[in-house]
Design a binder for this molecule. Structure first.
Ligand SMILES: Cc1ncc(COP(=O)(O)O)c(C=O)c1O
Length: 442
C-alpha cells in the first residue's frame, strides 16, 4: 500500500454492526451496499480512504466518480470552512459573490457561447432541467437518449436512463426514445470498423424518422457511458448524431457528470474529444469534489426560454457548495489535474493491456485518462463473467483497493481514481488487480 502522509484519529463512533442495524431499520431498503461484508468508511485523505479500524484503501472509484481533486483536499476544505463560518445559506433571491464568481470561472472552461449556468444539487436535477430547457426552447417534445445510459433517478431523468435495474414501473420518460448503444466491443460494428461511428449514428436518424414526429427537442448522451461500463462514443458518432438532431430542430446535450473536469485526460470536457460543441452541458459529481452540486450550462439564447416562468431551487448555488466548487475548479486548473489524468491513465492502460495478454478473461480494456473499464468475459462468445468480476472486486477490497463495477451484467470493472493519484498508486493498483485475477481464475 502506498504511504499516506495522513494518519486518521482513532475512530470512537458507533460500531459497524450498530450502524448496519440502524441503517437496515431506519433507511430505505432500496439503498444497496457494495461488498458481501459492507465497508464502513470514516476518514479520507486525497486518494486514500480509511475504515473504522484504521485500515487504508486506495480509492479507485473516487467516491462514486465524485471526488475529483482528492478527499478532504486541504485547499478545498479551507475554502469551505471559511465560507461555513461566515454564511451557510442564502438563496438566489439575494446576491452572493460565490455563485457569481463560480459561474464566471466555469464559463471560462467551456467553448465560447456556453456561458450561462443554472446550479442544482445533483446530476439528476441537472438533466431534468436540461430537458425542460430544450423543450421550452424548441417547443418540441421528443427526446433521444441512448440505451445503456444512466442519467439519474428522478422521474424525469429515470426516463432518460436506459437500464431496467434503475427503472420503476411507473409512468416516466414521456417522449423519450432510446437509440442503440454504440458499443464497439459487443455491438454490430466493432473497433476494427472505421465507419462504426457513422453506422451507429444512423440509428439516431432512424429513431428521429420513425419514433418521433420528425421534430425533436433534444438528444442526450454521455461522451463515455459511465455506469454503463465505460463505453466511449466511437469517432464521428457524436458529430453525425448532432447533425441529425439539429436538422430535426433539436438541441444536443452532453451529460458530463462523469466525463467532465479533466477526467478523460485529453480534454477538460468529454465532448471535446469528439470535436463537437453541445448546446447544453450538464455536470455534477466531480464539480464539487464530493458536495451536493450540479449545474446546467448553456447559451444566453437557450436559457432565455426559461424566463417564461420563474424557476427556483432553494439550495442550487448555495454559498458553501459554490465555495467548494470554485476551490475545486481552481485546484483542477492550477495543479493540471487533467494532465495528471492523461499521464497516469496511459500508464494504467499499458499495464492493463499487459494483464489482458496474460488473462483471457479480460475481453476488453477501454477508456481515456482516469476513466477506464475492464470487461471480463467467460469465453470467446464474450459471455459476461459476472461472478468472476464479483470475486475480483471482493479480493481487491481485501488487499486494500476499492474499484467500481458497471455494465448491465455487472461484468465491467470501473477504475476512476481521484485525479491526484501518482505512479506508486497505479503500480499498486496493477499489482493488486493482477493478484486478484490470478487468485480468482486459479
Ligand atoms: C452520467 C450521469 N448522469 C447523471 C447522474 C445522476 O447524478 P446524481 O446521482 O448526482 O443525481 C449520474 C450518476 O451516477 C451519472 O453517472
Amino acid at each position: 500500500m502506498p504511504d499516506c502522509e495522513y494518519t486518521p484519529p482513532p475512530y470512537d463512533g458507533p460500531s459497524k454492526e450498530t450502524v448496519a442495524a440502524l441503517r437496515s431499520r431506519f433507511l430505505s431498503p432500496s439503498l444497496v451496499t457494495y461488498y458481501r461484508d459492507p465497508l464502513m468508511l470514516v476518514d479520507g485523505h486525497m486518494q486514500y480512504l480509511f475504515d473504522e479500524t484504521g485500515k487504508q484503501y486506495l480509492d479507485g472509484l473516487a467516491g462514486i466518480v465524485s471526488v475529483s481533486v482528492g478527499h478532504c483536499h486541504p485547499k478545498v476544505m479551507a475554502a469551505v470552512n471559511r465560507q461555513n463560518k461566515r454564511l451557510q445559506h442564502a438563496t438566489t433571491i439575494y446576491l452572493h459573490p460565490n455563485i457569481a464568481t463560480f459561474a464566471e470561472k466555469l464559463a471560462s472552461t467551456l467553448p465560447d457561447g456556453l456561458e450561462v449556468a443554472y446550479f442544482t444539487n445533483s446530476g439528476s436535477e441537472a438533466n431534468d432541467l436540461a430537458i425542460l430547457m430544450a423543450r421550452s426552447y424548441t417547443k418540441n417534445f421528443d427526446v433521444i437518449a441512448l440505451r445503456n445510459g444512466y442519467h439519474g433517478g428522478t422521474q424525469g431523468s429515470m426516463g432518460l436512463t436506459s437500464y431496467s435495474t434503475w427503472k420503476y414501473s411507473v409512468p416516466h420518460g414521456f417522449g423519450v426514445h432510446h437509440s442503440i448503444v454504440p458499443d464497439r466491443f459487443r455491438g454490430q460494428w466493432g473497433y476494427d470498423d472505421g465507419n462504426a461511428g457513422a453506422m451507429y449514428a444512423k440509428d439516431v436518424q432512424d429513431v428521429i424518422q420513425r419514433a418521433s414526429s420528425g421534430s425533436i427537442a433534444a438528444f442526450i448522451a454521455e461522451p463515455i457511458q459511465g455506469v454503463g461500463g465505460v463505453i466511449e462514443m466511437p469517432p464521428a458518432y457524436l458529430q453525425k448524431s448532432y447533425k441529425y438532431v439539429r436538422d430535426a430542430g433539436g438541441l444536443c446535450i452532453a451529460d458530463e457528470v462523469q466525463t467532465g473536469f479533466g477526467r478523460t485526460g485529453d480534454s477538460f470536457w468529454g465532448f471535446q474529444n469528439h470535436d463537437v460543441v453541445p448546446d447544453i452541458v450538464t455536470m455534477a459529481k466531480g464539480i464539487g469534489n464530493g458536495c451536493p452540486l450540479g449545474a446546467v450550462v448553456t447559451t444566453k439564447e437557450i436559457i432565455q426560454s426559461m424566463t417564461e416562468s420563474i424557476h427556483f431551487n432553494t439550495f442550487g448555488g448555495n454559498p458553501v457548495s459554490c465555495a467548494q466548487g470554485l476551490a475545486t475548479l481552481e485546484v483542477l486548473l492550477e495543479d493540471d489535474m487533467q494532465g495528471n489524468a492523461k499521464r497516469l491513465g496511459a500508464i494504467l492502460i499499458d499495464g492493463l493491456n499487459d494483464l489482458q495478454n496474460k488473462y483471457s478473461c479480460i475481453g476488453d480494456v477501454r477508456g481515456r485518462g482516469l476513466m477506464v473499464g475492464i470487461e471480463l468475459v467467460e469465453d470467446e462468445d464474450k459471455t459476461p463473467a459476472t461472478q468472476l468480476t464479483e470475486d475480483v472486486f471482493e479480493l481487491c477490497r481485501e488487499m486494500g483497493l476499492i474499484i467500481g463495477k458497471g455494465g448491465y451484467e455487472s461484468n465491467v470493472i470501473r477504475i476512476k481514481h481521484p485525479l491526484c493519484v501518482n505512479e506508486t498508486d497505479i503500480a499498486f493498483m496493477l499489482e493488486v488487480l493482477g493478484a486478484a485475477l490470478a487468485k480468482a481464475t486459479a
